[in-house]
Design a protein around this ligand. Structure first.
Ligand code: ADP
Ligand code: MG
Length: 266
């Protein structure tokens, strides 16, 4: 097999796959028989109305919420149902939560350094000597997330958008194979949104990315693949064009499929 063929094969390799996945809260199915897959290096958006089960799906992947039925495989053979939250992180699944998790009183650079280390106690790290390769990794991440000029800025003084990028950078310091983000552009200015989209495009060269998002303009601009959830189930998936033309998607978003005025919002 040529190098190119090998590369293509690698790109198509599925990193995460769910089969017939269900999450039940009491008698209520938040997710029901959900099939999903994402290959290496894909930027995949999950959309759907409020309560569709999007956040619950991310919770199920990272082990925060118990899966009731079905399968969830990572990297081919790893059974995520058997792992605890910290083990799932260790396997290479990183998640940026909506609630901020930066250290507000430390500098941007120190935040990245802490995120890189397994030992999460602040003091041993701040007083230990940093190695040259670690320093290089931090510099690279500062460049990637656009915070090079803010490396010594105290994190709490960053703008809302900058804090979000720092958090993404902190998750990336663990070098995940799969990155998950839930509504990453919420509260951002238009300029920050654009920069976030550009950042996601850069990050997909390093890992697969699942983004839950409801801003359709953003999804249309940056999505490679879109999955639409509704009532805990898969409604359809495909490219944004395919999804937009799907009649069931239009019905769900609009109530009436002949309502073409609002169809533009999708
Ligand atoms: P989305 O992120 O698509 O808006 P969620 O995944 O947050 O939707 O929620 C899906 C459904 O599951 C909703 O009806 C929600 O009320 C319900 N749900 C989510 N978490 C819990 C929970 N811990 N206990 C009971 N019901 C829940
Ligand atoms: Mg949600």
């Amino acid at each position: 097999m040529s190098r190119n063929q090998l590369k293509q094969k690698e790109a198509r390799r599925i990193i995460l796959q769910s089969d017939n996945l269900s999450v039940r809260f009491g008698g209520f199915y938040a997710i029901k028989n959900f099939d999903f897959s994402i290959p290496h290096g894909e930027l995949h958006f999950i959309i759907g109305p409020n309560g569709a089960g999007k956040t619950t799906f991310l919770d199920a992947i990272c082990g925060k919420t118990k899966i009731s039925e079905g399968k969830l495989k990572f990297n081919g053979s790893i059974d995520l149902l058997k792992l605890k939250e910290y083990q799932i992180v260790r396997e290479g699944i990183g998640r940026k939560f909506q609630a901020p998790s930066i250290f507000p009183h430390l500098t941007v650079s120190d935040n990245l350094e802490l995120a890189m280390k397994q030992d999460k106690r602040v003091f041993p790290i701040l007083f230990s000597k940093i190695k040259a390769d670690e320093l290089k990794k931090i510099e690279e991440m500062l460049e990637l997330i656009g915070l090079k000029d803010h490396k010594n800025t105290i994190a709490k003084t960053l703008s809302h958008g900058q804090k979000q990028w720092l958090e993404i950078g902190m998750v990336m310091m663990q070098e995940p194979a799969l990155l998950m983000l839930d509504e990453p552009i919420a509260g951002m200015t238009e300029e920050e949104e654009e920069k976030t989209g550009e950042l996601l495009l850069k990050l997909k060269k390093r890992c697969s990315i699942i983004v839950v998002e409801h801003d359709m303009e953003f999804v249309r601009k940056f999505a490679e693949k879109v999955t639409v959830m509704h009532g805990g189930q898969l409604l359809c998936d495909g490219t944004m064009e395919e999804v937009q033309e799907n009649e069931r998607v239009m019905e769900v978003y609009l109530g009436r499929k002949e309502d073409n005025v609002h169809a533009k919002a999708l």
